[in-house]
Write a new protein. Structure first.
Length: 187
């Protein structure tokens, strides 16, 4: 089997439009309708919804307090538009940091989950995010674990990485399977 992977020279939001084009092409080719997307403000998820209107999209944002305080970073206007389109927005603990980050922040060292996250970052930050959000969405019952989905993540703002994968729940993390890399930024 031969597949094309697109690599972006630099990570970040300048790759969002092209990545969405690539996701649309691959989803049509493979017949995949379920997509989970990291979208802190909700803007990238709206762009995906407009480009692939028949997709089942789950938008994942940061948990409250990610940047401090009790605030959510989700833009209320984007949130309203996503809700009008019937797109679920997941807000919750990050699968590859969570309480473990609180422990290492307080006591130093690294937890096994943080080692997994750093290992995935060896590919790219966006690849780590793709894996993480697919676990989060699976645990919330928002995506299936018995079929392939497309996970879309990024670095800071916008998106720059997309994977075809079969997700898993947190309690059986090592059953997650990355099937294809659609695109990623070069670390």
């Amino acid at each position: 089997m031969e597949k094309k992977i697109e690599y972006f020279e630099t990570p970040g939001g300048e790759n969002t439009e092209r990545l969405i084009e690539l996701v649309k092409e691959r989803s049509e080719e493979l017949g995949i309708k379920t997509m989970v997307m990291a979208s802190v403000s909700g803007e990238s998820s709206l762009k995906l919804a407009k480009a692939v209107p028949d997709a089942k999209i789950i938008s994942v944002t940061h948990h409250a307090g990610f940047r401090g305080g009790d605030e959510l970073e989700l833009n209320p206007e984007f949130q309203e538009e996503l809700e009008k389109r019937g797109i679920p927005i997941y807000v919750g603990t990050h699968a590859l940091s969570g309480v473990g980050r609180g422990i290492s922040n307080k006591f130093g060292g690294a937890t096994p989950v943080e080692v997994i996250a750093e290992t995935l970052r060896m590919f790219s930050q966006g690849v780590k995010v793709c894996v993480e959000i697919s676990i989060m969405a699976a645990d919330a019952g928002l995506i299936p674990t018995d079929e392939e989905i497309i996970a879309i993540g990024g670095t800071a703002r916008g998106v720059d990485s997309a994977l075809v994968l079969k997700s898993a729940h947190m309690n059986n993390f090592f059953e997650l399977r990355i099937r294809e890399i659609i695109a990623m930024s070069r670390p």
